[in-house]
Design a protein around this ligand. Structure first.
Ligand SMILES: NC(=O)C1=CN([C@@H]2O[C@H](COP(=O)(O)OP(=O)(O)OC[C@H]3O[C@@H](n4cnc5c(N)ncnc54)[C@H](OP(=O)(O)O)[C@@H]3O)[C@@H](O)[C@H]2O)C=CC1
Ligand SMILES: O=C(O)C(=O)[C@@H](O)[C@H](O)C(=O)CO
Length: 289
């Protein structure tokens, strides 16, 4: 059964607020991890052409389609999982910017994923020096109008990139997927997204694991009898972010989804909000081309 609540995107499409990220997961391992995550209750998967694992993600999903979607081995019977229950995001990589190249990249991703449609297609990075993201986005709008993708959006867009995109766009991006965790809280972007009706999606929501050691997070976890990962993911949920943590073991996969039965107080939220130090674990979007 689905565990995460769903949020409505700006076109009414629903997305699970907590999904599963697949960066640096080899295709052969993706199959097993996706199957494990589905059995645990995840229904939202974040991949990309650049991750090289779309075929493994597809195999993991199809291994569970029409199978009982058990949520914990209790022997209960659940309805079979169908394609419509699963939300799959993939992304066009930087070397396929441009209208025709993006349409070709999308076709390749569809073949890899073996799907009739993709739930969400994103521009992975704006690549400002290539100067092609508006043209790339026109290809996404075409795919959206053709019904091949249910929602389109961007990733790693800075405020100026969004302004430039929106000046010529017909479809407001459904999400901007950005690096976001307690050490990099992206307040300016979050408030711009809220004004524009764009959902904020947090990549590296655990700061690639680095933020787990933060003493404030550790103290909060001890106080609630939770793990540091659960505290950080709960913080994301209470802020209204979509978050896509990656994990490599069944125990962590389940732990990260088990965040919907406790609440951080206003004091906890304020203490975590005070941890922002503008610290990236990945590249600055202006430097990726
Ligand atoms: N659009 C973009 O440009 C980007 C998108 N992404 C997306 O975001 C996803 C998540 O980001 P990612 O960079 O993977 O980083 P995360 O913040 O999700 O952290 C993942 C790291 O935390 C560890 N971890 C996960 N859960 C736990 C836990 N419960 N306890 C202890 N350690 C834990 C993992 O270890 P282990 O794996 O060993 O379990 C891994 O080392 C990616 O997989 C990808 O889908 C990421 C980067 C850029
Ligand atoms: O994971 C992704 O989707 C990425 O694009 C990156 O992790 C990226 O390659 C990066 O952060 C490099 O610093």
């Amino acid at each position: 059964m689905r565990t995460s609540p769903r949020l409505s995107l700006n076109n009414g499409v629903l997305i699970d607020q907590l999904g599963f990220g697949l960066y640096k997961v080899p295709a052969a391992e993706a199959e097993g991890l996706v199957a494990t995550a589905l059995a645990a209750g995840y229904r939202h998967f974040d991949t990309a052409a650049m991750y090289g694992n779309e075929t493994g993600v597809a195999r993991g999903i199809s291994s569970q389609l029409d199978a009982g979607s058990g949520s914990g081995g209790s022997g209960e019977l659940f309805p079979p999982l169908s394609r419509e229950d699963v939300f799959v995001t993939t992304k066009v990589w930087n070397d396929h910017h441009g209208f025709d190249a993006t349409l070709r990249a999308f076709d390749d991703s569809m073949v890899n994923l073996g799907l009739d449609y993709v739930d969400m297609y994103l521009i992975h990075w704006p690549c400002p020096r290539r100067g092609l993201f508006t043209e790339t986005y026109r290809a996404l709008e075409t795919l959206y109008r053709e019904g091949r993708v249910r929602a389109i959006g961007v990733s790693n867009f800075q405020p100026a990139h969004l302004d430039r995109l929106l000046a010529g766009a017909e479809v407001v991006p459904a999400v901007n997927q950005i690096e976001l965790h307690p050490w990099l809280q992206q307040e300016e972007l979050r408030s711009k997204h809220a004004d524009l009706g764009i959902r904020t999606e947090a990549w590296s929501p655990l700061g690639r694991g680095q933020v787990l050691a933060d003493p404030v997070i550790q103290a909060c976890a001890a106080e609630h009898g939770r793990t540091p990962a659960q505290v950080i993911l709960r913080w994301h949920m209470q802020l209204g972010n979509i978050a896509i943590p990656k994990a490599s073991s069944e125990a962590r996969i389940r732990e990260n989804l088990d965040v919907f039965n406790f609440e951080l107080s206003a004091r906890d939220m304020a203490a975590i909000n005070a941890l922002d130090r503008g610290q990236r674990t990945g590249s600055h979007p202006d430097n990726v081309n």
